[in-house]
Design a protein around this ligand. Sequence first.
Ligand code: FES
Length: 486
Amino acid sequence: MSHLLPLSRVARLVGQSRHALQEMIRGGTLATFDGMVEFDELLRAFPDVKWDDDAELRRVNEIKDKAFAKRVLERALPDKEVLAARLTELGNDYAAAKALLAHYANVMTWLDEKIDEIEEDGSEETRHALHTVRAFLLRNLAEAPADAALAQALIARERILRIMSAHVTIQPSGHEFYVEGNDTLLEAALRNGVSLNYGCSNGNCGDCKARLVSGEVKKVHAHDYVLKQAEKDKGTILLCSYAPVNDVVIEANVAGARDIPVQQLTAKVKSVEVFNPAMAALHILAPRSQRLRFLGGQAIALRVNGAEGRYAIASCPCEDRHIEVQVPRLAGDAFADALFTRLKANDTVEVEGPYGEFVLDEDSPRPAIFLAFGAGFAPIKSLIQHAMSLDLAESMDLHWLADAAGHYQDNLCRAWTDALDNFNYFPHAPTDDLDATLRAIVVDYPDLHRFDVYAAGTIAELDAAREHFMREGMHLARWFAGAIDA
Ligand code: FES
């Protein structure tokens, strides 16, 4: 069994974010070997973790699930074939460890006999030395090391994690995620906000073809797509039909905004959430057979009974079939009128999209500032949730400059702050003096050149903000703007 653990698994074991661990590595309080952490180092660096009690980890995960508005994950067991394969692997590890112990016992017996032999012929001095060695060995073999119980609890917890989930690394992008329960590789990737290529999601089109670089997978859903023998020989698999048995490395393309085609689908209204008379959210569900592919920050066009509108998506691509848009009530807007007065659960909505390139730079590990002007909160919310699911930015600061609709999801932003160490929320009251507010924001960032800035608002608001941020050192290339209608 390997005694080296990847950083993402360590994060799960100790209930900390990867960024917090990277901070420890940089500060010299956690040692790594080729990016991996040894069991002993883990015990040394986290002396206070109760390895046999994961209540704290559960609590943080519950808060996170709530804060991300994700559907409650089924904590289902893995597919039975996958479970059997993982248990077989665990059994093999156990058998190998037992065989090794039996070998060590034989070596000790042989050593004991040798000491007897030498003692018989040896001098007084030799006999005394051998007696000391034998006493030392017997004493140490009889005594369990001081941290044996901790090590045992850590190994047990790590083993349970390995049975319940497998770690996936995508090459060449470097994305990482875990496959839990009976998810396929594709389902787990989408749940974690990783936008892999796919089409039908049920084994017919072949669009989700990828190459298994290392590790083992099992087919968990039958598929009709015929993989040629030459493809199979090269390790080609269908992401929508396979699940990992153990930790795997997969070669697959991660889609950017330009790679995702415009799709048309008919969705059902799940609910209408009226925040206040000026702002409401529409929650819709895509059909099981045709989920909408999009990236956080993109927009969709909606049509219902002849009324139409184009809105930024406010939800995360990781939320399975759920899509949220936020609609301000503007005079003469027929779609907003329908939403505030007539739309109800199970009504039909035509959806077309996604549109736009206001998306995360997934290659950037920089800290991020999110600037939401009024209803620009919708795409910013989507981006933040997407960044959270990808565990992307070193830190995230949200500045929400409210308009007359106010901070209508203030509680959600505060929940993010409570749940995440690297998230800060700064609400700014409506004002006539936008420049003064922007000046007050940038003054708190003397190192703006280090940051990515994502801003959503009207063109005038974005122009003003860009000017202030660039004047204080932001690089234009690190400015990402999404314009919304005034
Ligand atoms: S998405 Fe169509 S075969 Fe996998």
